[in-house]
Design a protein around this ligand. Sequence first.
Ligand SMILES: *Cc1c(COP(=O)(O)O)cnc(C)c1O
Length: 459
Amino acid sequence: MKPIYFPEPFRIKSVEPLKMLTREEREEKIAKADYNVFYLASKDVYIDLLTDSGTGAMSSDQWAGVMLGDESYAGADCYFKVQEVAKKIFGMPYIQLVHQGRAAEKVLLPILLNGKKYAISNMHFDTTRAHVELAGARAIDCVVPEALDTTAQYDFKGNMDCKRLEKYINELGAENIGVIIMTITNNSAGGQPVSVKNIRETRAIARKYGIKFMIDAARYAENSYFVKQREPEFKNSSIADIIKASFEDADCFTMSSKKDAIVNMGGLIGCRDKELFELVKQRTISFEGFITYGGMSGRDIEALARGLEEGVDENYLRYRIGQMQYLAARLDEGGIPYQSPVGGHAVFIDAKKLLPHIPYYEFPAQALAIELYREAGIRACDIGSYMLGNDPDTGKQLEAEFEFTRLAIPRRVYTQSHLDVIADALINIKERASSIKGYKIVEEPPILRHFTAKLKPIK
Ligand SMILES: *Cc1c(COP(=O)(O)O)cnc(C)c1O
């Protein structure tokens, strides 16, 4: 029986032309880009899967809001509107605008960490880890072991390993831990969902030891949709109720609005406690701007207020997660290995399995990303040893746990035909997999090298 997928709950009113270059042109462009996809011009890309962050398509209602955005320095109309919507959705009494997710982290994390030594999370996103470290603390990941096996079929591969969490707290001392962070969905594990049961258990542990509990809420809506599908307690609940249950009793949250709120730029901080909020406001004024705009334009705030509501619409979420599941089903047919079951915002292809002849130090996931561009003008990126980089002490290449080529799917941007192009390209690549060569780095900066390094194919 053929599974039924869920079609787009919208029609297209405005289009952006795309051109697929010829294979020869693509060969030339990727060589000119020194085999680093970040150096490609977007006009030379046919399907851009570099990220789902800030790349979504706004609705006609959001675009109408852009014209109504109030650009007043203080007390703009859109400020009151976004406050009202965010308080309703997240059930938090205090909401602060900032310009993106990492700005929220920059404002909030030093307040929570304030001299403490550790933050523990199911998995820190890379900017979250950076801000924990900038605040002088260490970031510890504590995801369930199922997340590390790409073939393990488990409903909530993003969950916190609560037993290990409690062990860490006892070993490190509760007084040394500034915050416990729950990232929903768990981006770094492949957009994998976290159950409400697991959120509750983690929160109870935080309470027991008097540690602050924070949610990294970038994909609050996609996570809630998975909960509705997979957690029996919530099968008849609305998405709104599941979000309430997830955020209930959390001390605070940070959010990148560039994901589930479907805007190109924006972020939020939520707090339950007035004292914490006062500190957040002070730091926001120094780093982001006055509290009623927090580093955002009025027009973007208006679009955000509308996007927050569109992002929790169940028909939209069914289509959104359905796209991921459609692509995954086509990969199953073609025998392409990926982090399974598929997560909420991306398909993570297991390049270690697809290109087993390329060792980690010749970057199989980067080789696959380049092959996807050669094959069909698709831009994906390496989440593996190439991204991980060198050991800072020895200068030796580190070996990553996974060699993933990430296909992040922008929201409401590509059609099912585009998804077919992606699947067909991967199936073609699989047929000639054994002839694909690895890469070596010829130039690299000391940190975050994947953005700017230059590479060469190995002969
Ligand atoms: C994107 C993201 C961030 C950072 O947000 P930016 O808007 O890119 O600064 C933080 N946490 C998670 C889980 C994210 O996905």
